[in-house]
Structure formats: C-alpha cells, structure tokens
Design a protein around this ligand. Structure first.
Ligand code: SF4
Length: 452
C-alpha cells in the first residue's frame, strides 16, 4: 500500500494536524476526516505538487473512540462529508482505515437522518463493505473512477491491488446506492476512448451523474500528461454528453454568463418525471425570478411541489415538480453565481459608504462576477487576481494567497478605499494558505479590507 503522506517532497515539510485544528475542521466544515493515507499514487494527485510554504496538514492516527467525541462536533442538520479534500487537512482514501465502516456506522447511529457523502477511490470496497454501506442511507457515494481498464489504472493511478473498477460500479448499481462518478482528464493516448467506456458503463449501472475534471496543475508539476487543452476537453465532453442520458458535466464548467440553464437531469427523479430536459432555461420558481443557476437550484431545493416556468426552444412552459421541501429534484446545474453571496457584497458596500469599493476574485469566477455586478451595481470594481503562488493553471479563489491579492491590487488602475476579498481563501483567523493574514493587504493597499 502506498502512503501518499510519505511521498511528499521533503521541502514541503507537511505538518501533522493538532486535535484543536481537527475539531475546528469538523465543526466549521461538517467534514469528518478519517485518514491522509492513500493506497494509490495517481499522477494527477494535487497533494504532490503543492508549493513549499503551503500550510496544509496530515491527519494523525486517531483511535476509534476519539470519533465519538468528534461526531459531537458535527451539525446533524447539514450533510456530513467524509473523504473529500476540502479543508487544510489532506484527505486520502477513507477505506485505508480498516475501521472506516465502524466510524460511518457511529455517525449513522448518532444521527439517523443526516445525509452522508462519502468520497472513495472504490478499490477497497467489496461485497461485504457494500452490504454495510447499503444500511447507511441516506448516503451518497462519490466514486473516483478515472479509468476502467486495469492496464490504465496500473499505469496512471498505480492501482496494483488487483481490484476491479467494473466490479465496484456493478456492486453500487446492484445495491441501489446513490453514487456519482468522477474522472480526471489526462493528455494520454486513448483517454477519450476510456471516457466513452466509463460513461456507458456508469450509465448502465445506475450512476446519478459523472463529473469530468480538467486537471489542475501547479508550477511544480513537470508531468505533461496532466496538461490538457481546456477547450479541446470541453468539446470532447460536450460531444459525449450529447449522446447519453447520464448528466456528464465538465469541471470547471465552460460558462461565462449566469443564465439558469439545466445542465442535466438525473434519471428516476422528480425532475425527470416532470419532463425537464438538459438545456431548459429556468425563468421562475413559484413566480420568483431565477437569476442564476445557483439561485434556481436553491429555490427549487427549498420549495415544496414548485411550479417552474422554463423556456425551451423559444417557447415558455410551466412544469410542476412533485417533491418535498429540501428534497433533491434531480436537476443538475453547473456552479455559477450565488446571489446570496453577491447580496452580502452589496450590503457590505452600502454599510461602508465607501466611494471606490472593489471586489477581488480568482480568474475563473472573474467574468461571471463582473457581468453580474455590472448589472446590479456598476459602482463596484471587480479586480482579477492571478494565482502566482500555485502557478500553472490554478485559477480558483480558494487557492489565492495574500501575495497574489497584493500583486493584483498593485497592477490594477483602480485605487479602492474598500477591498472585499473572498472568505474561501482565508481561515477563521483571516490567515491564507501560507499563514499570512489578510491585514497585510490592508497595510499594502492603504485601504480597508473585508473578508466576505
Ligand atoms: S486516489 Fe485521490 S488521494 Fe489517492 S493518490 Fe489518487 S488523487 Fe491522491
């Protein structure tokens, strides 16, 4: 078994998370970390190409009893996340812990109705594990499929354990466990054929969705196989998605506007029964205008049996979605703009009475945020911050650091008196991923900074 935590270049000097940080992660993100170890060594694994100076942590071994206490810190009213690298604690493969299922059962015992999302590479799951997972509903599995063929899995994931991704998919389908597939695109011969094979296998074995990730790489990645032309990939995914009913979505999505277009419809759901189709434009939900995909998604999720007005091929239609409050509709949307976040931006600007407010965003969200704010408050400048710290093709706001923001402010002709920076880039103390505080931006720019 490979232990990814042992594979880090020495200069990264990755530290072990202390228990306070672990409890803080659990309580603020509703993430229950199980292990930083992994039995694979994927060529695209982001943990391997982090720049020195990054403050991320590995999880120490915590005895099962400790999880009783950690589960106390979970919010039972929110989805519990296991196995996803969404915090500063590196997540590996949950089933590298032999008692992973015991811990999942502890969560279920304490919180019988709380949805759990489990991300796994699926290689350590056989019929015995699936038997137990099937008793943990409501549960959704995010399965990192990447490749189906054993040869490609050995070559690109270092999957040498003799497991079969075909078998894992078959078992999930047989037991009716809701699951989504994910695939990281690679610039290697035959990759498109592998994608087609995976799409058709997942579709015929009950997958809900498939997400295809454009590989993200930092300036430290020397492996050209992780580099793929985004527009080429976007065209490939679009062509394959048009041939199947399974919602196949590209991450990050190739969208600039925020028109609430349906990205896909999950089969066997209220949305499919109501007659929704991919490409429908959501206009209103229970008479309230939908202003973005995220807005449409949230309005529909919160509503009970909503009436949804759509435009399809230029004609307006009204569809009734038979679903409960908070129940998923089965409509799939790409992430674009959250009007609630934009509302927080506008409220902060109006409270501050600033004359020249500015919002700093990552490269990826910049066109959408600019377009949205131009429509609602043209007085707010939008400044794009390039990610020099990570470099490569990294462009998301969550990986921006203080230095990146200071550089972008210095290069911008806008001299703002209020600078709004995204909260995803900072922890609860206002520290970025390198440990530098957002107050340093204030000193450098000579303007008030607010994390939002
Ligand atoms: S399965 Fe995930 S954590 Fe493990 S090596 Fe691959 S990308 Fe990294």
């Amino acid at each position: 078994m490979h232990i990814v935590v042992d594979n880090y270049p020495e200069e990264l000097s990755v530290k072990t998370a202390d228990y306070n940080l672990i409890l803080h992660t659990v309580s603020t993100h509703n993430v229950l970390p199980l292990t930083s170890a992994c039995n694979f060594d994927c060529i695209f694994c982001s943990h391997k190409y982090n720049p020195p100076g990054l403050k991320v942590f590995t999880l120490p071994y915590l005895a099962k009893d400790r999880y009783n206490e950690m589960i106390d810190f979970l919010d039972p009213h929110q989805r519990v996340v296991v196995g996803e690298s969404s915090t500063r604690i590196i997540e590996g493969e949950p089933f590298c812990r032999k008692d992973a299922l015991d811990i999942l059962e502890m969560i279920r015992e304490r919180h019988p109705d709380t949805p759990i999302t489990l991300t796994t590479n699926g290689s350590l799951i056989g019929r015995n594990e699936i038997d137990r997972l099937a008793l943990l509903m409501p549960l959704e599995v995010n399965l990192s499929v990447n490749f189906l063929s054993d040869r490609a899995r050995r070559m690109f994931l270092d999957d040498t354990g003799g497991s079969s991704m075909y078998r894992t998919i078959e078992l999930l389908g047989e037991y009716g466990i809701p699951y989504n597939g994910s695939i990281v695109a690679l610039g290697v011969d035959g990759w498109e054929r592998e994608l087609e094979k995976a799409v058709s296998y997942l579709e015929s074995h009950g997958a809900r969705t498939l997400r295809v990730f454009h590989p993200g790489y930092t300036r430290f990645c020397r492996d050209d196989r992780c580099k793929m032309d985004y527009l080429y990939l976007s065209g490939t995914v679009e062509k394959i998605a048009a041939q199947v009913a399974l919602p196949v979505l590209l991450e990050p999505p190739n969208i600039t506007g925020s028109e609430p277009l349906v990205g896909g419809v999950i089969s066997g759901t209220p949305a499919q029964a109501a007659g929704f189709k991919k490409g429908d434009l959501i206009v209103r939900v229970d008479e309230a205008e939908a202003v973005s995909r995220v807005d449409a998604f949230k309005k529909i999720l919160r509503a009970e049996n909503p009436l949804v007005d759509i435009v399809r091929n230029g004609d307006e239609h009204r569809l009734r979605l038979n679903k409960g409050k908070g129940q998923s509709s089965g409509l799939v949307f790409n992430y674009d703009i959250d009007p609630e976040q934009m509302g927080a931006v506008l409220r902060a600007v109006s409270r501050s009475k600033a004359c020249r407010p500015a919002v700093v965003t990552g490269e990826m969200a910049y066109p959408r945020i600019k377009k949205y704010l131009q429509g609602s408050c043209s007085a707010v400048a939008v400044i794009k911050s390039s990610n020099r710290f990570f470099g490569g093709n990294i462009g998301c706001a969550g990986l921006m650091v203080v230095d990146d923001i200071i550089n972008s402010l210095e290069a911008s002709p806008v001299k703002a008196d209020l600078i709004l920076v995204p909260s995803v880039a900072f922890d609860h103390r206002g520290d970025d991923l390198t440990g530098r505080n957002c107050r340093e931006i204030e000193e450098a720019a000579g303007a008030k900074v607010q994390v939002i």
